[in-house]
Ligand binder design. Structure first.
Ligand SMILES: *Cc1c(COP(=O)(O)O)cnc(C)c1O
Length: 409
């Protein structure tokens, strides 16, 4: 059976075939016998004889050796993710998205180096800069995600790496990744991009200048809120180094989880398309409400970041935020508590909708909150992860929430 995984095939076609190499889905007598790569539970891999052990190539990709280097289930997932990322020659899997960010940064950085991190980075990435990386002699400095000149001015002789995230966590600023990555490249700086929001279906990270594309598979790839994993994809040079560092750190993912991720991957384009459509409609509805001061959603025409999103992205997702007009933190809690369809919980990208409070002021150090152009009083935000429920039902739920907010003022 032939799978059309060529770059010209549509996303659904590529997702249907990705990672299903016949030798991973069958036996020598019947290659490609089953559709889904089976779960290979294995720590020990056996050699037929001593000659085979002696002849074993040193640390080759996709070769049986020992469980920590994976088996066909994990190889199939890594292979599938590599095929989705134009320009990638390989993908390393990590036990979580945070482990993938740590794995990438610990591959690039050395003691004495400076890391420039976008101010809207996922909070555990910030914690990594202040904690883990500081402990190993790396200095982290933060920059305003929307200020390209400020980014350039922040570069010094010791700057070795930049961590971008676009759209960024909570406030959803879209970064000019091609411009920032080009500046970094001209100064010999490595660009790592946290591409969890868009996935490679929505943003071709390496083609837009990133050297390493990191993703939390926990979100869109799983899509079902039951499994955690992360990935880093890169061209040959960085892929080789990422892989060696991940091996050195002892990173390994379970074949059961890899099989769940492969299952999620097959429908990711449908979920993302549905969530994007629904989120855009809900963002539009929220933008017209008097209780709402600002909707932070790159898919919404007129919102900051929409022009860059239209220029660089081929898709969106269900994650965005909105800011209430004035009010109090207690009224915002009443809003979220009144929602019946939205769960209250961290994470996002699952089939079920979620709502969480947004309070970036205490986290940011290089950019202001409320955002430039916003009123000081408009500071209580809500982040929504739009799932697969009917859009009209979610809007009715939000209407109930806004009524509770009004009543609590
Ligand atoms: C959730 C998230 C991560 C971390 O992923 P985990 O799998 O939860 O460790 C990294 N980056 C972004 C943008 C995220 O939202």
């Amino acid at each position: 059976m032939a799978h059309d995984e060529s770059a010209s095939a549509g996303p659904g076609t590529r997702l249907a075939g990705a990672g299903r190499r016949p030798e991973w889905t069958g036996t020598p007598d019947h290659p490609g016998a089953v559709v889904a790569p089976p779960v290979w539970r294995a720590s020990t891999h056996l050699y037929p004889d001593m000659a085979a052990l002696r002849a074993h190539p040193a640390n080759e990709d996709g070769e049986f050796y020992y469980g920590r280097r994976g088996a066909p289930t994990q190889w199939a997932l890594a292979d599938a993710l590599t095929r989705l990322e134009p320009g990638a020659t390989g993908t390393v899997l990590y036990p979580s998205g945070v482990a993938a960010i740590a794995g990438a940064l610990l591959t690039v950085l050395r003691p004495g180096d400076v890391l420039l991190m976008t101010d809207n980075a996922y909070e555990p990435s910030r914690v990594m800069g202040r904690g883990l990386l500081a402990d190993f002699g790396v200095t982290t400095r933060w920059f305003d995600p929307a200020d390209i000149a400020g980014f350039e001015a922040a570069i010094c002789d010791r700057t070795r790496c930049v961590l971008l995230e676009s759209p960024g966590s909570l406030t959803m600023e879209v970064q000019d990744v091609p411009a920032l990555a080009a500046i970094a490249k001209s100064r010999g700086i490595v660009t790592v991009l946290d591409n969890t929001w868009a996935s490679p279906l929505g943003f071709a990270a390496l083609e837009h200048g990133a050297d390493i594309a990191v993703m939390s598979l926990t979100k869109h790839v799983s899509g079902h809120s039951d499994c955690m994993m992360g990935s880093a994809s890169a061209g040959s040079d960085w892929y080789r180094r990422l892989r060696l560092r991940a091996q050195g750190l002892g990173n390994v993912v379970s074949p059961d989880d890899a099989a769940l991720m492969l299952r999620g991957l097959r429908t990711m384009h449908l979920r993302l398309a549905a969530e994007t459509r629904s989120a855009a409609a809900i963002a539009q509805w929220l933008a017209a409400r008097p209780e709402v001061a600002r909707v932070l959603c790159p898919m919404l025409p007129g919102s900051p970041g929409h022009a860059l999103w239209t220029r660089d992205f081929t898709g969106g997702c269900g994650l965005f935020s909105f800011v209430l007009s004035g009010g109090t933190s207690q009224a915002r809690d009443a809003l979220i508590d009144a929602l019946r369809l939205f769960g209250i919980g961290y994470s996002w990208g699952g089939f079920e909708s979620l709502a969480t409070p947004v309070d970036p002021a205490s986290i940011r150090t290089a950019s202001r909150w409320p955002l430039p152009g916003m009123d000081e009083a408009d500071r209580f935000g809500v982040r929504l992860s739009i799932g697969l429920e009917e859009t009209g039902d979610l809007i009715a739920d939000l209407e109930r929430g806004l009524a509770a907010w009004e009543a609590a003022l």
